[in-house]
Design a protein around this ligand. Sequence first.
Ligand SMILES: [Zn+2]
Length: 176
Amino acid sequence: MEPIYIPNLVKAPDRTLSLDVRDRLPGLESLTAVTGRMQVRHQRNYLEVSATAETIITLTCDRCLQQYNHRLKVDTSELIWLDAAADKQDADGPVDRAADGPKNREVGLEDLVEVLHPRGYFYPDGWLYEHLCLSMPHRQLCDRQCPGIQPGPDARESQPLLDRRWASLAGLKIEN
Ligand SMILES: [Zn+2]
């Protein structure tokens, strides 16, 4: 998807641009192209961005460590403020991030673009990528009933530990 020059949005009908999404997003290893729709509306001092999109990605199950396919979906919207003060951020941002190295870039997923310069660009690819990443399941299970790797002797040994913790809690209760 092409970057959108924000001032051009003002000239669009209803100050709105609708985009068909049918792309592979850089950085997102998906089995299928990301498909869906995006809408970017210029609301004078902010952009209203909404999207419904989906793709299929391969995840590794937290329990059995097998790979499985997962349908990743977003149905979301976000307001992005337009502020001329964002200019400095734009100029400094990429340089700082490069200096931080790739590790810090990944942490930066929460660091969503929330302020843009009114005469800057909006990047639909980057926005959608960030929102797809945010919708990744925290708990990755191939199946809710996944029995996981069968517990070995080590796992059984940890059981009494748990019991002891409860026992000390119970002891506290009696003292009170
Ligand atoms: Zn599993």
